[in-house]
Design a binder for this molecule. Structure first.
Ligand code: HEM
Ligand SMILES: *[C@@H]1O[C@H](CO)[C@@H](O)[C@H](O)[C@H]1NC(C)=O
Ligand SMILES: *[C@@H]1O[C@H](CO)[C@@H](O)[C@H](O)[C@H]1NC(C)=O
Ligand SMILES: *[C@@H]1O[C@H](CO)[C@@H](O)[C@H](O)[C@H]1NC(C)=O
Length: 337
């Protein structure tokens, strides 16, 4: 590594520590238990010391241009981890891959940020840093940028080489799920009810396409939706067309959090309390006795929620990871070696 780069990196570290200085929201890594080798904070300290800085730099650059990318990267980590574990299977290109599935196709975003980070990492330390770890770091950096929620990311994940189009629908929760099915879905990945409610707070940023909640507006309006909010949503989302082949379907987007749409904060829960949850899976967290108390608590105690969010992100990042000599370190995140 030449001195120009290390000087630059040192300045960057200083800068970043100033920007995302909320050490209070740092989560201690907890193991999710199990057989595989454990992930470790600072895994690349010897082999690629600037790994996390390089990723952060790529995220900073992209998110400054478009804050929505931060939402995309946090969601990408979720969609990666819930399908075959956090193995970057979500990044593989090609027909019949996870990317082509209904939950991902046309809505998952931020892939070029992962590519940019990977390209730089391959220049600095070829074949060392996994794409799965890049996603995990990028999700953390996004949380830091939009929510000042910073935490250590245990790393050492390896990349899988299988990605199947049918698996996202089988493993990811759908926006029409109720509290029971949401709980069961997260439980299958080893996450608790509290973690499910807490991670849903990611919907404090980003957008949803009308198609994900149109059934709450048409043909009959969901009574748990605030009428004024529903009226607003109807001005954006057109009623479904009778003949879909006649007119190309338009599918606009709406902010998931109508109070602070570009801040990763607990206002999402405040929105639920006034019936402005956008997805059914959001609003049911308040209407179900299983989760209502946690919603009220998270709405009230923003700092506690932020800490819980950081810890839950680390736990999510541990789901079914490949370590040791399992999988591979991809050279290009879009294709297996
Ligand atoms: C609890 C069950 C969940 C369901 C049913 C769900 C469903 C959805 C849906 C339908 C969208 C909108 C997609 C679209 O129409 O464009 C969305 C967006 C999003 N989700 Fe979730 N989600 C859940 C949990 C999570 C979790 C655990 C995270 C991350 C920790 C997350 C992060 C996001 C983010 C950040 C967006 C906005 C993405 C963007 O703006 O590009 N979601 N989610
Ligand atoms: C939740 O959804 C499942 C599956 O559709 C259904 O069997 C169950 O009765 C629902 N639970 C509640 C409390 O509505
Ligand atoms: C839908 O519209 C297309 C193009 O206008 C037409 O060919 C087709 O017959 C229509 N289908 C129905 C079910 O009305
Ligand atoms: C997938 O990865 C394993 C472990 O690195 C390797 O043995 C196997 O040949 C790979 N399969 C494909 C199709 O690339």
């Amino acid at each position: 590594m030449n001195s120009k780069i290390s000087k630059f990196a040192a300045v960057l570290v200083l800068l970043l520590s100033l920007i995302c200085s909320s050490a209070t929201a740092t989560a201690k890594s907890k193991s999710s238990g199990g057989k595989a080798q454990k992930l470790k904070v600072g895994y690349y300290a010897q082999t690629c010391p600037y790994a996390e800085i390089i990723v952060r730099q790529a995220v900073e650059k992209a998110v400054s241009k478009n804050p929505g990318i931060a939402a995309g990267l946090i969601r990408m980590h979720f969609h990666d981890c819930f399908v075959r574990g956090c193995d970057a299977s979500v990044l593989l290109d090609g027909p019949n891959t996870e990317k082509q599935s209904i939950p991902n196709q046309g809505s998952l975003r931020g892939f070029e940020v992962i590519d940019a980070a990977k390209a730089e990492l391959e220049l600095q330390c070829p074949g060392i840093v996994s794409c799965a770890d890049i996603i995990a770091f990028a999700a953390r950096d996004s949380s830091c940028k939009l929510g000042n929620i910073n935490y250590d990311v245990p790393s050492g994940r390896r990349d899988g080489n299988v990605s199947l189009i049918n698996e996202p629908l089988l493993n990811l929760p759908a926006p029409f799920f109720n509290a029971t099915t949401l709980r069961d879905n997260f439980a299958r990945k080893g996450l608790s009810l509290d973690e499910m409610v807490t991670l849903s707070g990611a919907h404090s940023i980003g957008i949803s396409h009308c198609s994900s909640f149109a059934s709450r507006l048409y043909p009959t309006q969901d009574p748990t939706l605030d009428p004024n909010y529903a009226a607003f949503l109807k001005t954006i989302c057109p009623p479904p067309v009778a003949n879909a082949t006649a007119a190309p379907t338009v599918n606009p987007t709406v902010n998931l959090d109508s109070i602070t749409p570009t801040r990763l904060d607990n206002k999402y829960y405040v929105g639920l309390k006034v019936n402005r949850g956008l997805l059914t899976s959001d609003q049911v967290l308040l209407s179900s006795p299983l989760t209502a108390k946690t919603v009220v608590y998270n709405a009230r105690y923003g700092r506690v929620w932020a800490k819980k969010f950081a810890a839950a992100m680390v736990r999510m990042g541990n789901i079914e990871v490949l370590t040791g000599n399992q999988g591979q370190i991809r050279k290009n995140c879009r294709v297996v070696n």
